[in-house]
Design a protein. Structure first.
Length: 149
């Protein structure tokens, strides 16, 4: 997975990451953020998948309903973040909009995606670290911003 540091200043780093056919975005990005020790970042991307698994968070069951996408799709928009989980390791949180051949879209939480032919990612790391903590009401690990009084 080629990644290139585009800019670095005062703790802020900007990377370009280009994935190729057959790579799984979640595997590749998880490896990248661990290797680069990314603790807080914003992610954007465009490209295409040969298949993907989206999720819709069902509030009643406190679980993700899986929405398979078993066709070639354009990644019309992919947005997300990286924050440190409760165990101290970086955690990805990605949402995407996938465009189908007929122009209709599917969207949701990205659980997996197989790249074909490319996915162009920009990861902007912040010098301030974010942490996720378990939210009992939703059942999710959510970013917990420190309070400044």
């Amino acid at each position: 997975m080629p990644g290139k540091l585009l800019h670095e200043a005062n703790g802020l780093r900007v990377f370009s990451i280009v994935l190729k056919t057959g790579e799984d975005i979640m595997e590749a990005l998880n490896a990248f953020v661990r290797e680069e020790q990314v603790a807080a970042a914003q992610i954007t991307a465009i490209g295409a998948f040969s298949a993907a698994m989206l999720g819709y968070y069902d509030w009643a069951s406190k679980s993700y309903l899986k929405l398979p996408v078993d066709e070639q799709v354009e990644v019309a928009a992919l947005l997300g973040d990286v924050a440190l989980g409760e165990e101290g390791a970086p955690v990805l949180h990605l949402h995407c909009v996938l465009a189908r051949r007929d122009g209709s879209t599917k969207a949701g939480h990205l659980l997996s995606g197989t790249v074909r032919p490319t996915l162009e990612i920009v990861l902007t790391e912040s010098p301030a670290h974010l942490r996720k903590t378990h939210d009992p009401e939703s059942g999710l690990a959510l970013i917990d911003l420190p309070h400044s009084d």
